[in-house]
Structure formats: C-alpha cells, structure tokens
Write a protein that binds this ligand. Structure first.
Ligand code: ADP
Ligand code: MG
Length: 245
C-alpha cells in the first residue's frame, strides 16, 4: 500500500566544483512504491540516488528519510543508512568472505544479530535467489549474475526500508539479466520500496508505479509507466525514448 512519504527530497542541489549536477530536485518516495529513474547518461541519475543515502553529500537541500533530515550537518548517518540498501552496477561483494559470510557479516557486526540467527537468515535468503549450494564458495567462483543476486540479498539481510539500485544489470552478460531482474521483481511484489536507475525500459514499464525522467540535473518529466512510455509530453523525454526503445 502506498501511504506516507518514506523519503522526501527538497530543493536538492549537488555541485562538483563548478559543475552543477543536481539543480533543485523535489520528490517524494512513498512506502511500498517502485520508482524507476531513466534518462541520458550524465543527467545526474547516479548522483541523485547516491544523495538519497548520503554517499554523496548534497550541496544544499534536504533529504528527509523517515522524518529525519539525513543531509543535515553533524548527523550520524550510519544508523539511518542501515535502513537504506544499495546495489550498484558493479557487484560489490567482499571477495575474501564466503557467499554466506558476505550476508552474515554486517548484521552480526552492526546490528548485533547472533551468528546462528544470521546464518539461518543467510541460508533462507540464498535459497530464495537460487544460491543455496554456493554458501561456502568464494565470490570469485560466481558468475556476474550470481554475484549480483548475492549483492541484493546481502543488502536485504539488513532488513532495509528501501532498496536503491543503480543500473544493477548493465554490467551483466545478457543471459544473466533476467535472473537478476526476477529477484528485483520479487522484492517489488513483496512490497519493498524500490528506487531503481535502469536502462531496461521493458522492466521499468512492468514493475514501476512511477517513472522519473531525468535530464540535465532535474526531473524533467514523471508519471505512470503509461504516461511516460506512451504519452510523454516533454520533447526531451520523447527524444530520449526514441533512442532507447
Ligand atoms: P548518470 O548516472 O545520469 O549518468 P551521474 O550522476 O553519474 O550521471 O553524473 C552526472 C554528472 O556529474 C556527470 O557530468 C559526471 O561526470 C559528474 N560527476 C559525477 N560524479 C562526480 C564526481 N565524483 N566528481 C566530479 N564529477 C562527477
Ligand atoms: Mg549513472
């Protein structure tokens, strides 16, 4: 169900030196919503996503997550960031830990979950994404698609309130894309709040409640998948879609 705003972004700006990358973004992400972000390369999609969990510090503006402005100076971000899972284009798993340890390490170290409990949860999550038999392997033995599925369940092990995905399938061989998208779709179907930057237009259309089109540091147009993919009004959206569809 979509009700309260989980994340509220107000007048978000981000500069890198003289380069203005985000030029005043106002947006709300609601609990249970699946929001896709599309747009040309360099338009600020990754920077926007990274500002949502303060991997990038906003130059100005607010990011209110569960009622707290996490962009405020002097705030201890760690506690809040635990609630925000993130999966990147390049599978960020720990190479020196086994598949199962990749999942159990953060809940045990940062949340005080017992080893036994973390192991049980880890095995349950691995089973869900078809990696149960890989529990004791090291990530180097996994394919790209398997690593990405591991990265997703590793983030899920922290029981986040929102999952951020930055082009989770764009570094994958084509035959591995489907399995990863299925895992994300499963999360969406189970009510997870998701913000995903993606070039998979068919997927965005299928899973999203809302699609944001970013262009040159702003959200130039947004709406339902139908609004954007069938009835886009902004010439920039139309031009972008004509290239990618
Ligand atoms: P997108 O994800 O839409 O391709 P990005 O958010 O990655 O766009 O980048 C937007 C702009 O910000 C680009 O011009 C990029 O070069 C610049 N940029 C991103 N990160 C940095 C950084 N850490 N330092 C300087 N410039 C950056
Ligand atoms: Mg990007």
């Amino acid at each position: 169900m979509i009700n309260q705003a989980l994340i509220q972004v107000k007048d978000l700006c981000k500069n890198f030196g003289d380069l203005q990358v985000l030029k005043g973004i106002n947006e709300e992400i609601h609990k249970g919503e699946v929001v896709s972000i599309i747009g040309p390369s360099g338009s600020g999609k990754s920077t926007f996503l990274r500002c949502l969990n303060l991997l990038e510090e906003p130059t100005s503006g607010q990011v209110i997550f569960e009622g707290v402005d996490i962009a405020a100076k002097n705030l201890n971000i760690d506690k809040h960031r635990q609630k925000i899972g993130m999966v990147f284009q390049h599978f960020n798993v720990f190479p020196h830990l086994t598949v199962l340890e990749n999942i159990t390490i953060t809940p045990t170290l940062e949340k005080g979950v017992s080893k036994a409990e973390a192991t049980e949860m880890g095995m349950r999550l691995l089973k869900k994404v078809g990696l149960e038999s890989k529990a004791d392997e090291y990530p180097r033995k996994l394919s790209g698609g398997q690593k990405q599925r591991l990265a997703i369940v590793r983030a899920m092990a922290m029981e986040p309130d929102v999952m951020l995905f930055d082009e989770p399938t764009s570094a994958l061989d084509p035959e591995m894309v489907k399995d990863v998208l299925e895992v994300i779709k499963d999360l969406a179907d189970n009510g997870m709040t998701i913000v995903i930057v993606t070039h998979e237009m068919g997927f965005a259309r299928e899973i999203s409640d809302r699609v944001l089109f970013m262009d040159d540091g702003i959200i130039a147009e947004q709406g339902t998948p139908e609004d954007i993919f069938k009835n886009a009004k902004n010439p920039r959206t139309i031009e972008f879609l004509s290239k990618v569809l």
